[in-house]
Design a protein around this ligand. Structure first.
Ligand code: ADP
Ligand code: ADP
Ligand code: ZN
Ligand code: ZN
Length: 820
């Protein structure tokens, strides 16, 4: 008998994670293996939930036996046996929410090298001692700016927020930041006593007085005489400037409400002490090639490499021995610069040259972050490892996908195995082996339909993937539409967009295209969204969004919309407390249904009793979450099922109430497809369920927590919620890469729904890379030609057939091939 570990395959026996149906499959090592199937078929359950999870579990058991108990709580993957499995590294997109302190430089380890370079080979001011590498990091005590503690930003009051309406007088409440009621009247009396006119409009007070009132640290105490209607005794009142008041509340107040109010008057601004770098002045005084480390951190990689390359290419010994040569050309400098240049070149090859090392990772797209991590692995020198990747091509223009695939080939050539969950058929074609799961989603999936070399999949009649891979799938029907008018943006200036003018056609579907970093998101999800939102008077749709200067000379055609809807991939909630049923509103109907049963009425249970978000009715142990958070040493917060209610979320009494033989927890456990039958005669629920099925989400369970949904699923839930209330309308829908994470069959479903929205009179604008989707658009705006400073212009615009002929567009050649 063969030793299973030595035949070059990983053997999986009896995998049953999630919807997997007792799967047996053998996949080759030292190869690129694509896991395919429609959304919800079970690809991730096999690649991540089983193979990667098992590799992780073995690793933790080997390094930390004491973690075993905790791991048992989280649960080992549901599988009988896996053999031949090497250690695994996951390069996932949706996981590991980046911390606000990590940057492009820290993710790629470039920051470490730059710090060593400045420490050893920088030019110091005369007499200054050499600093350790940590002193160049804002994240260490040695390096952090004392004012902002290394954050690079401080919160400060802003005059325009403190005094939103300068035409008011102080008596009329010009200083909105001051407290109301007695304290407000007290401050007015004090100001008046100090000789400032409280009945003059704010803007007509002297600048000196205005500044003093808003910002002074002085706290003069004033004797206030009795006043009619206010106080009938005299007292000493103490003055607080608006800033002193707000800062005092933020620092000391125990009242959540007061703090929340105070936050309305502050903004995060670059730290005045360190200029936003987060570093101490001693570190900022050290230069290399005439620049401080903060300046170097702000350079796009394409420019940084031109600064470092001359040093890297200098002959180390010669320069070092030259009399009086500075450390900048010494041996250490040459070696470090050569290493930096080699690492940066990998990133340039992946089309990421427009990023600067100091760019915060929270502002990166998931695809950018994943490519950074992939590039970093390439230099790590690991071999004999399985890399499990989640759709590496997602969010990539076809022109950017090619260099990425080359990097994956290099990882493989270095002796590694690649397991890739993938939807892009061009990537699947390059794999050595494909494991296709299906045929459907959820209960209708979970079987391995095929495992073998790619070409063989054509013969598998059951496989939807096979049909798309070999061009046997029917195209999405669509007749081109004519614009019903135009929204014109004139002189847009933000990030790399400089004075761009662009027209967005109304009543049609527009795709905004271009390579990574060309400016698509800046144009669509930032500028366009903000302009329309401001015009409609809708507030930012997320408290985290700041409202910067819009950066626009003029706009017309804004009156054509009565609503702005952004359908993005952000989670529908951040805890297991939000789920599909609560988000779409259909759970309200379910709760009413249970409250109306005879049993509930006899017991006096109202609809509220059936909500796991109120105390009566829910499980006391997990407070209705169904899960408890487990602290694992190495892993970010992980959830395990509640040991009391076993995930049911409710207390035992509430679960005794039945409707057609099922309790409310049973309903939450149903997939949408099943619930559609069960709730067919509850109109409010039936409509929601129908639209969820139409966008291809019939396999999701109603109670599936927000934390278990992929970005693509979250996005389609939002879309379904929109569709269920869609009336004929004049809404502007903005979608950022709606096809990312979707199988071609799911893309076809989604496209039909988007075209339905347009047919109902709405305007749809997509940021998009998928060529099938771009080809069915009525209009294309192609940005570029490159990323960063090499992009930011409108390269081509018009219907697909016209854009495909453009000579300058990076999208054109791919589109032309698709349209042929
Ligand atoms: P794919 O990767 O093919 O989109 P998944 O493996 O994510 O599919 O999902 C397969 C099935 O397992 C789906 O029905 C999904 O709803 C379900 N599922 C996914 N994650 C979980 C989870 N953490 N708990 C329970 N069910 C899950
Ligand atoms: P795309 O969506 O086409 O990939 P983006 O609009 O995200 O492009 O980026 C366009 C340019 O603006 C790039 O050079 C990018 O580095 C820069 N950029 C994007 N977001 C930010 C940000 N939050 N801060 C600084 N620069 C940014
Ligand atoms: Zn600072
Ligand atoms: Zn519980």
């Amino acid at each position: 008998m063969n030793d299973p570990a030595s035949d070059g395959f990983v053997h999986v026996r009896g995998a049953g994670e999630h919807n997997l149906k007792n799967v047996d499959v053998d996949v080759p090592r030292d190869a690129m293996v694509a896991f395919t199937g429609i959304s919800g078929s079970g690809k991730s359950s096999l690649a991540f939930g089983t193979l990667y999870a098992e590799a992780q579990r073995r690793y933790f058991e080997s390094v930390a036996p004491y973690a075993r108990r905790l791991l048992q709580q989280v649960g080992a993957p549901h599988v009988q046996e896996i053999s031949g499995l090497p250690p695994a590294v996951a390069l996932q997109q949706r996981h590991g929410a980046p911390s606000s302190r990590s940057t492009v430089g820290t993710l790629t380890t470039l920051s470490n090298l730059l710090r060593i370079l400045y420490s050893r080979a920088g030019t110091y001011p005369p007499g200054a001692p050499h600093l350790a590498a940590e002193a160049f990091s804002p994240n260490t005590a040695a390096g952090a700016c004392p004012r902002c503690h290394g954050l690079g930003a401080v919160v400060d009051v802003a005059d325009d927020l403190l005094v939103p309406d300068p035409s008011l007088s102080i008596r009329e409440g010009a200083i909105a930041a001051w407290p109301g009621a007695w304290q407000g009247a007290n401050l007015r009396s004090i100001v008046s006593n100090l000789g400032i006119d409280i009945d003059k409009p704010w803007r007509r007070l002297r600048k000196k007085d205005r500044d003093w009132l808003l910002h002074t640290d002085e706290q003069p105490s004033v004797l206030i005489a009795p006043e009619a209607d206010r106080i009938d005794y005299g007292y000493h009142g103490t003055f607080w400037s608006a800033r002193a008041h707000i800062m005092h509340v933020l620092a000391d107040s125990k009242s959540e409400r007061m703090r929340e109010r105070a936050l309305r008057f502050v903004r995060s601004v670059p730290c005045p002490e360190c200029g936003g770098s987060g570093l101490r002045p001693e570190a900022l005084a050290v230069t290399f090639a005439g620049r401080s480390i903060a300046e170097v951190n702000a350079l796009p990689l394409t420019e940084l490499v031109t600064v470092l390359r001359p040093v890297a290419e200098a002959s180390g010994t010669g320069a070092a021995t030259a009399a009086g040569a500075s450390e900048e050309t010494g041996e250490a400098a040459v070696r470090l610069c050569a290493d930096l240049v080699a690492r940066i070149e990998v990133l340039l090859g992946l089309g990421l040259g427009y990023l600067a090392p100091g760019r915060r990772s929270t502002t990166l797209s998931p695809g950018e972050a994943q490519r950074l991590r992939i590039a970093t692995q390439l230099r790590s020198g690991l071999f004999g490892v399985v890399y499990v990747l989640d759709e590496p091509s997602a969010g990539l223009h076809p022109a950017d996908a090619e260099p990425l695939l080359d990097v994956l080939d290099r990882l493989k050539a270095a002796g590694n195995t690649l397991f890739v969950v993938e939807h892009d058929m061009d990537v699947v074609r390059r794999a050595d082996w494909v494991v296709d799961i299906g045929p459907g989603a959820g209960e209708d999936g979970g079987r391995v339909l095929y495992s073998g070399p790619v070409a063989g999949l054509e013969q598998v009649g059951e496989s939807v993937t096979g049909r798309h891979l070999f061009g046997h799938a029917p195209p999405v029907e669509h007749r081109p539409r004519e614009p019903q008018g135009w929204l014109e943006l004139d002189g847009v200036t933000r990030h790399n967009l400089r004075d761009v003018s662009v027209g967005v056609p109304l009543g049609v579907l527009t795709a905004v295209t271009g390579v990574s970093g060309s400016g698509k998101s800046t144009l669509v999800t930032q500028v366009l969204a903000e302009v329309v939102r401001a015009h409609l008077g809708q507030g930012p749709d997320d408290a985290e969004d700041e409202a910067p200067e819009i950066g626009l000379r003029d706009a017309s055609g804004l009156d054509s919309f009565d609503r702005l809807v952004r359908v993005d991939q952000r989670p529908i909630g951040r805890t297991p407390r939000s789920n599909l049923a609560t988000y779409t509103g259909l759970f309200d109907a379910v709760r009413k249904l249970y409250a109306a049963t005879d049993e509930a009425r006899a017991r006096g249970y109202s609809a509220g009793r059936f909500s796991f978000n109120v105390a009566e009715g829910r499980c006391g142990n997990c407070q209705g979450e169904g899960f408890v958070e487990v602290e694992l040493l190495f892993l970010p917060g992980t959830y395990a099922p509640c040991p009391v209610c076993h995930g049911a979320r409710y207390d035992a009494e509430t679960l005794e109430v039945m409707y057609r033989g099922r309790n409310v927890a049973d309903v939450l456990a149903m997939p949408v497809d099943e619930a559609a039958g069960f709730l067919a005669d509850v109109p409010a629920a039936a409509r929601s369920l129908e639209t969820l099925r139409e966008v291809g989400l019939g396999y999701l369970r109603l109670g599936q927590p927000a934390t278990e949904l992929s970005g693509g699923e979250a996005q389609r839930i939002k879309l379904a919620t929109e569709l269920q209330r869609a009336r004929r309308g004049h809404a502007l829908y903005l979608l950022d890469e709606p096809t990312a994470g979707l199988h071609p069959a799911d893309i076809a479903l989604l496209l039909r729904q988007l075209h339905r929205l347009v047919d109902a009179g709405n305007t749809v604008v997509l940021v998009e890379h998928d060529l099938d989707t771009i080809a069915t658009a009525d209009w294309i705006v192609d940005l570029g030609p490159g990323g960063g400073d090499a992009g930011g212009r409108v390269v081509a615009e018009g219907p697909p057939a016209k854009v495909a002929k453009s000579r300058r567009s990076a999208t054109a050649p791919y589109l032309a091939r698709r349209l042929a």
